[in-house]
Design a binder for this molecule. Structure first.
Ligand code: UDP
Length: 329
């Protein structure tokens, strides 16, 4: 099979490319390198085709040609990360909504299957535990910039389902819950790479608020395995949570990162208003129901959080030593 991965140089995209080529599939990547990097696919560079281009490019011929010659598309290219979303909401909304529309539109010419990556962020302020795919959505006010991201991804979900209904594009929506691991940059403020880079540098580990908020973290390898299985299972027309039920408070996560990395860093609590902006709304808990994922794929994410931290820390250390070698050279 020949797969197109948009955003294939990012954390999930590069791992997806790796797992697909390992089982003998052909992989083509389109990535504008805004969030990802070629370094992420260095080990498989001679086994994938990579186009450095933007899915939102007004010249759609490239995207059309790439989709026309693929058996299916994994559409992962998006603007994400709370930091970026708060700083650049227009760019975020444009990239997410227009990029997905262009991909679905191009796919409609050959009725090429498309998996559209969405996010647990769309559950917004809902307090249900766990979150089920058919739960009502409770989004925050439009005056809170954070929700523009959830809104843009929710729009993508509606588009994916509408293109299936009206234009015959077999589509799947995956809602990712705090996927983390190797190749996730700390640049966009995601908590696991941020804590690990702080711990490795001996800087304070910055816990927002009182640290009692929880998240469920899953390893990028498990996330990708689930994603591939959903495409293999042809779960078309479905919206599916992808994640783990490895729940941990952010305070405990900070302590675990400190312990696993042997760091002397202090743990520092920072008010949300300082970390982000006044009026920032965080979710106290975010737990996925994985029943649907299990029903379609028989898969459960199993990597313990300590192992995710260890692997990510080793990867970050290798990046740091490669950088310092370059600086010396
Ligand atoms: N967080 C934190 N310190 C950081 C970065 C994030 O305490 O340096 C917190 C953040 O406020 C949230 C949780 O960690 O409560 C997860 O944040 P992330 O941005 O990784 O994901 P999301 O909020 O989208 O679940």
């Amino acid at each position: 099979m020949r797969y197109l991965i948009t955003g294939g140089c990012g954390s999930i995209g590069s791992e997806l490319a790796r797992q697909l080529v390992a089982r003998g599939d052909e992989v083509v990547i389109i990535d504008n390198l805004s969030g990802g990097s070629l370094q992420n696919i260095a080990d498989i560079a001679d086994q994938v085709e990579c186009c450095i281009a933007d899915v939102c490019d007004p010249n759609h011929r490239l995207l059309r040609a790439l989709i026309g010659s693929s058996n299916a598309v994994f559409h992962l290219a998006a603007s994400l990360g709370v930091k970026l979303i708060l700083e650049k909401p227009i760019e975020t909304m444009h990239n997410n909504v227009e990029g997905t529309r262009l991909v679905l539109d191009a796919a409609s010419h050959t009725r090429c299957p498309v998996l559209v990556a969405s996010t647990s962020e769309v559950y917004g302020l809902s307090t249900r535990v766990p979150f089920c795919e058919d739960d009502p959505i409770v989004l925050g006010a439009s005056s809170r910039r954070r929700w523009s991201y959830a809104n843009s991804k929710l729009h993508d979900e509606f588009m994916a389902l509408a293109y299936m209904q009206e234009r015959g594009v077999p589509s799947i929506v995956t809602r990712y819950f705090n996927c983390t691991g190797r190749q996730q940059s700390s640049r966009y403020g995601m908590v696991v790479p941020t804590f690990i880079s702080q711990a490795l540098a001996g800087r304070p580990i910055t816990v927002h608020g009182d640290g009692t908020q929880t998240r469920c973290f899953s390893d990028v390898r498990d996330t990708v395995q689930a994603t591939i299985r959903l495409m293999d299972a042809e779960a078309f027309g479905q919206v599916v949570n992808v994640g783990s039920q490895n729940e941990i408070t952010i305070g405990d996560l900070a302590r675990l990162v400190k312990q696993r990395t042997g760091s002397a860093s202090i743990i520092q609590h920072i008010p949300y208003s300082e970390a982000y902006s006044e009026g920032y709304e965080d979710m106290p808990r975010r737990v996925p129901s994985l029943d649907k994922l299990q029903r379609f794929t028989g898969f459960v994410s199993s990597t313990p959080i300590a192992e995710i931290i260890d692997r990510t820390a080793r990867w970050m250390e290798s990046q740091l030593s490669a950088e310092s070698l370059l600086n010396v050279a």
